[in-house]
Design a protein around this ligand. Sequence first.
Ligand code: PLP
Length: 388
Amino acid sequence: MAKKAPQRIETQLVHSGELEPRVFGAVSMPIFQSSTFEVGEGGGGYHDIKYIRLNNTPNHVVLHAKLAAVESGEAALVAGSGMAAISSTLLSVLSPGDHLIVQDCLYGGTHDLVTKDLAGLGITHTAVDLDQPSTWEQALRPRTRAIYVESITNPLLQVGDLDAAARFAKEKGLVSIIDNTFATPVNFRPLEHGFQLSLHSCTKYMNGHSDIVAGAVIGSAELVEKVKHKLDHLGGALDPHACFLLHRGMKTLALRVRYQNESALKLARFLERHPAVAKVNYPGLETHPHHARARQLFTGFGGMVSFELRGGLEAAERFLRRTELGIVAPSLGGVETLVTRPVTTSHAGLSVEERKRAGIDEALVRVSVGIEATEDLMQDFGAALEQQ
Ligand code: PLP
């Protein structure tokens, strides 16, 4: 049989992993809402058991194949949340007494997991500036096992030297782990850049409709299997109905993300020109300190923008009250535009000192650009920013 030509991501998102033949011919994968499955003739061993907590029902299997295909992984695993994916991954590669190198500006939940929960288990860490590869060597300890980074950081939208981080991990024999939630496989495929494990909060762009909480781990079959064993024991499974919604959401990922890339860039340029705005963070802007690197690594700059207002905290709060299209809510990556002050949501767990060190101003506003007409968003934001 002739070898199939490699497919582009738009096609993979729609077709990869789908069952052949289709179940009763159904074009859309049905939901197998069954916690357990009949053991076939002859019994079978523990590993043949199909059970929702083991993330191996037909809805999981199809989703794993699709997730692996879109990021060029050998295997993938879904989890009950992004944090379930992150915690199971870290606990599967680290043991008490081990040490972890992390990027110095992590998503708040991951920051807390590393600094509080892992520390409580005797797992230490050192935070490094992902812009300064020459400083990473100093962070190494005899029991450093892994390096953990994010493709685009939250909420300042920084892009570290990701290629150097993957190379450093390989040279030093560390497991390289990246949270690729913000970039999505449409804009960046970490395994093609040498990372070993790519993680997602599928709650965000992967699903894209702000109606489920889910996570994913993508990588080599060996590492993903290790994470699966940990996840099986911790119990962070994804329900088949949520699998179905994630599967459906993924089919339109490329369309949504490409539109959001375009819309966010236009909105960032609009905000940059606005007299009430002091500073805009968006890697697609030429003024962004990591623009050249983002251009080289990514095929798009993503749908997240953050900005500071000249009028400080009061002006930021007024903007949030006045915007009619931006829904004031945490989370991101959905079809509706969401706006937040990270200090009150994603980074509420950080102390004032920690926030200062990370450069997160209390007046910073973060926007997750949805799929509304960009002109409508600009008009709405313009009106909300007037008479600041
Ligand atoms: N990673 C990033 C970059 C996030 O923004 C979030 C949530 O906001 C998470 C991980 C955690 O994901 P979840 O809320 O699905 O557990």
